[in-house]
Design a protein around this ligand. Structure first.
Ligand code: NOJ
Length: 724
């Protein structure tokens, strides 16, 4: 390969934009492909369209190397699943795997080889718009969801034409941006990096994720795109990661803005030397690096290693043997939006809903609930329902909540949008909504943020409901009618004024193509809600970042205001809704706690189990959660960390025994020695229905300290369910 051909392989060009796929593929791009000047395109799609581009690469370029076609296929391709935070709320890795699998089947049928998902950034600040794209705040939980998604996208063999290369993103600590501002600096301790932000990436690498994307931001002044310690020493070195590392959009060029280089060529050199293999969109590697490569043996070595990793990714995908395997228009037509895919999307959407409160037992609704007023523009906002990374999702494919309820309730339904999600409220429209509410026996108020208030570059300084939505909600609540609130959102919100006495609130996130049926099935009790919060809901913006796994401090937060403690004086010490919270139409009793040993020795395991009984008359799901705490260690340990969860379906009146099996390494933390160690001594554990609804507690001992090669949060807890 010539230097230019090598650098071409490392060059990923935008073949279009997210909202205008393929729009930049013109004659000049075909010529670039013929000249071997590009290794990959993103924001392209279509089995037939991409077949021609691939044919040119394979038949008309000197080396005939196939191209990699990439896109952000994040929560569905054409059949849209809930946004990732909603998928996470299923609290079931099987749902995350299913969503990824269906997305892979559809995306690969449209000629795509590579998706920029899963996004596995820990998100602890609800102001951050991209909290919607991940699985929330908890390292163990996000690691489990990361593994599931990698499995779903990549299947067991990446060379199958319905599997897609996954990207664990955004490697580093993208979620730790200051103040929840997107792209902003992460200034975090080494411990926080290793224990909080990196475990999901360790898990994804362990699961075989074919690629990693680096984060835009810097950690303590070191931009991740040029972070040799993180990329070369840790990822390539200690973790022995052999996969492909891609920059983020223009992030190589942005090294100039970070202020660590002056020129494009210097930026390219830093990124290449940090083993960023493929450069997304700024084109520096291909346009500006030839001279530097010729002049520097060190850069040459880096380039060769990167080229090899790009070619290996193409090889893993089977592209050298069958470059057009992903380009079958008949398959594309057959799989898109198939009844099976819609059914899967509906199931995941139903399972993603979180019942925050149901104070008066208003839910589930009776089959004939009388006259119902459906209020809120979001009830009919198909674009919002398919969420921010919509890929090829089409609003016209969506069954909206309005459409479903019209069909279900006929003349007994009256609908008023009431107010928009932005700008000024229209008093007339609110008055119409109030009249509709007053004329009804029951109100379903659909409120929250529209899809464009969360996502990339969508951080908010205030996580309150948008002003017109607040105004509408106040007016509707003031009617005194029974109100069921359905909350559409991509982030935890300050729920003022919804969170009042006797409230009924169902969090629906942005549920996808099957929004209407999924929400209605939960409202009417065809299915009992079983979703849980993957991120705490702070009471107020000023309480953000709020997360469960904080340190205890020397003056732990105390409800008693006369004590000086780590809290705000103007709100309670707890969040509005805690990590893991979510109610059911059923009720469950926990009993029969058992632990297989009192001493967890190196090489051994402990199995902790409990009986969960559905004491109600309806079949429903419970999410059994296991939390641990190391009460005395060399450094302070978080007050609560998750180490197991299981969503289990329990028929009315029946009991299931849920057993979690753990290794001593799962208690390892980033010790002062710079290694992962679990200290000798006691470990406390708690089993419950939520992080703030603990039902059973116990403890065991580690008789001796244990050294591990991975963060405890990244390892897998085995779960067994007996009695099914
Ligand atoms: C920028 C985003 O940070 C990243 O997540 C995405 O994959 C790329 N743009 C490509 O769309």
């Amino acid at each position: 390969m010539t230097t230019a051909e090598k650098l071409g392989q490392l060059n990923q060009m935008a073949g279009g934009r997210q909202i205008a796929l393929n729009s930049r593929i013109n004659e000049a791009e075909y010529d670039r492909v013929r000249a071997g000047g590009v290794g990959s395109y993103l924001h392209v799609a279509g089995a037939e369209f991409l077949a021609e581009l691939q044919r040119v690469a394979v038949e008309e370029s000197r080396l005939g190397i196939p191209l990699l076609f990439a896109m952000d296929v994040v929560h569905g391709y054409r059949t849209m699943f809930p946004v990732p935070l909603g998928i996470a709320a299923t609290f079931d890795p099987a749902d995350a795997e299913l969503a990824a699998r269906v997305a892979a089947v559809e995306a690969t049928s449209a000629g795509l080889h590579w998706t920029f998902a899963p996004m596995i950034d820990i998100a602890r600040d609800a102001r951050w718009g991209r909290i919607v794209e991940g699985a929330g705040e908890e390292p163990f939980f996000v690691s489990a969801m990361a593994r599931a998604q990698v499995r779903g996208y990549q299947g067991t063999d990446l060379s199958h034409s319905d599997t897609i290369l996954a990207t664990a993103k955004h490697f580093g600590a993208y979620g730790a941006g200051a103040g929840g501002r997107d792209y902003d600096s992460a200034d975090i301790s080494e411990r926080t990096l290793y224990e909080v932000y990196l475990p999901p990436f360790w898990a994804a690498a362990d699961e075989g994720a074919g690629s990693f994307m680096v984060a835009f931001n810097d950690i303590g002044g070191v931009p991740t795109t040029a972070n040799r310690a993180l990329l070369n020493d840790l990822l390539r070195g200690s973790w022995d990661y052999q996969g492909l590392v891609v920059s983020d959009w223009n992030s190589v060029l942005e090294l100039i803005n970070h202020g660590v280089v002056e020129t494009r060529a210097e930026a390219g050199a830093l990124a290449l030397l940090a083993s960023v293999d493929m450069e997304m969109t700024s084109g520096i590697y291909a346009a500006d690096m030839a001279e530097a490569v010729e002049a520097s043996p060190e850069i040459q070595v880096a380039v060769d290693a990167s080229v090899l990793r790009v070619l290996m990714a193409k090889e893993r995908l089977g592209l050298f043997d069958a470059p057009l395997a992903y380009n079958d228009p008949a398959r594309e037509a057959a799989v898109m939006l198939s009844p099976e895919h819609r059914a899967a999307a509906r199931q995941v959407a139903e399972r993603s809903m979180v019942l925050l409160r149901n104070d008066t037992g208003l839910l589930p609704l009776a089959d004939a609930p009388g006259r119902v007023a459906l209020i809120g523009a979001l009830a009919d906002d198909a674009r919002s329902m398919i969420g921010s990374w919509k890929a090829q999702g089409q609003p016209e494919d969506v069954t909206t909540l309005l459409a479903t309820l019209q069909e279900r309730l006929g003349d007994n339904l009256v609908y008023e949008p009431g107010a928009g999600t932005r700008g000024e409220a229209d008093p007339e429209a609110i008055a119409r909504a109030v009249r509709a509410a007053e004329s009804a026996d029951l109100v379903i108020l659909v409120t929250g943020e529209d899809y464009n208030l969360s996502g990339e570059a969508r951080s908010r300084s205030d996580i309150a409901l948008p002003a017109p939505q607040q105004e509408l909600a106040r007016a509707i609540l003031a009617t005194g009618k029974p109100v069921v609130t359905v909350l559409m959102t991509g982030r935890p919100l300050d729920l003022e004024p919804l969170d009042a006495d006797d409230a009924t609130i169902l969090v629906a996130w942005f549920p996808g193509t099957e929004t209407g049926p999924a929400i209605a099935n939960v409202l009417f009790g065809d299915v009992s809600p079983g979703g849980r919060l993957p991120a705490s809901f702070p009471r107020r913006t000023g309480q953000a970042p709020y997360f469960m796994g904080h340190y205890p401090t020397g003056r732990p937060a105390d409800p008693d205001l006369s004590k000086d403690s780590a809290r705000y004086m103007d709100i309670p010490i707890t969040p509005a809704y805690a990590f893991g919270h979510g109610l059911s139409y059923a009720s469950f009793e926990y009993s029969g706690l058992n632990q297989s040993t009192d001493e967890l020795v190196q090489g051994g395991t402990i199995t902790i189990s409990a009986d969960i009984t559905n004491t109600s008359g309806i079949d429903a799901d419970e999410v059994v959660q296991l939390y641990v705490r190391d009460p005395v260690a060399q450094v302070a340990r978080p007050v609560q960390e998750m180490r197991g969860f299981s969503r289990v379906t329990i028929p009315a009146g029946e009991t299931r025994r849920v057993a979690f099996t753990l290794l001593p390494e799962q208690f390892a933390y980033f010790a002062p020695s710079g290694r992962f160690e679990a200290d000798a001594g006691r470990i406390d554990f708690r089993i419950g229905s939520s992080s703030d609804d603990i039902r059973l507690t116990g403890s065991f001992d580690l008789p001796a300290s244990v050294i591990a090669d991975a963060p405890g949060a990244a390892l897998v807890t085995r779960v067994e369910i007996e009695g099914e």
